[in-house]
Ligand binder design. Structure first.
Ligand code: KIV
Ligand code: NA
Length: 274
């Protein structure tokens, strides 16, 4: 049975912490579901980790549709959420149009939008139309040219605004909320104050759940991962080693062997070449 929005809300009430991870393609989806991850996010972080952009800003609804489609073709278990990309929900009409494309063309169960009070009309309308909406506050990367990439809401006024935004999203019908790179004590307080599950990333252990980017968790990139990430494996290094062995084996003739090759009757070959 596929995880539902109601299931993750039940997890919050039961005090069961919720794990969420990004996926962007078939292989990652199958692995994450075998590992029992209850919520998968087709994040617009795919702009960076899949498409090589510096930010999420160039990501289009087309991009999201292609990757969410790949995920949904193989997903059977998780609750799958997709990001609405930058400027694809500037108005209520835009939000409905983008939601129509993503939900009807891919089958994802829910959408995630960045922003607080200013996008309440969009959230309300989507929810009225049957679209489960996940909010996203704090370090919202689509606004990075305004807010930067530093820790958000350290001061009282900003922290107050974050709480108000969280309450506004809940009142508008959001079923859950991501809090990105905000002080842990504030994230914990907001998690207690709202009834919907709060999924943190760089927001401390006091949230109802955690979300991480696939490549950060698995060590698929060179260079320093973000401070909030923990590398659970160095999969990139394992892949590199495997590919080195493959190159060596091709060069030396150790690959392929008979096991990877087809045979043919010697007489047939002779006849063919005569
Ligand atoms: O796009 C993404 O990966 C995200 C998560 C980091 C929350 O929005
Ligand atoms: Na995102």
């Amino acid at each position: 049975m596929r995880t539902t929005v109601a299931d993750v809300q039940k997890m919050k009430r039961a005090g069961e912490r919720i794990a969420m991870v990004t996926v962007y393609d078939c292989a990652s989806t199958l692995i994450a579901e075998r590992a029992g991850v209850p919520i998968l996010l087709v994040g617009d972080s795919l702009g960076m980790v899949m498409l090589g952009h510096d930010t999420t800003l160039p990501v289009t609804v087309d991009d999201m549709e292609r990757h969410a489609g790949a995920v949904m073709r193989v997903s059977r278990q998780a609750l799958v959420v997709a990001d609405l990309p930058f400027l694809s929900y500037a108005t209520v009409e835009d939000a409905i149009g983008s939601a129509r494309r993503l939900m009807q063309n891919t089958g994802v169960q829910a959408l995630k939008l960045e922003g607080g009070e200013s996008i309440v009309p969009q959230v309300r309308r989507l929810v009225e139309q049957g679209v489960p909406v996940m909010g996203h506050l704090g370090l919202t990367p689509q606004s990075q040219h305004q807010i930067g990439l530093r820790v958000q809401a350290r001061g009282a006024a900003e922290a107050r605004k974050l709480l108000e935004d969280a309450l506004a999203l809940e009142a508008a019908g959001a079923f859950a909320l991501v809090l990105e790179v905000v002080p842990a004590p504030l994230a914990e307080a907001i998690s207690r104050r709202v009834g919907i599950p709060v999924i943190g990333i760089g927001a401390g252990v006091g949230c109802d759940g955690q979300v991480q980017v696939w490549h950060d968790l698995l060590g698929l990139f060179e260079g320093r991962p973000p401070r909030h990430a923990k590398q659970y494996a160095q999969v990139g290094a394992i892949m590199e080693q495997a590919l080195r062995s493959y190159v060596d084996d091709v060069k030396s003739g150790a690959f392929p062997t008979e096991a990877q090759s087809a045979t043919m009757d010697a007489a047939e070959l002779q006849a063919a070449l005569a």
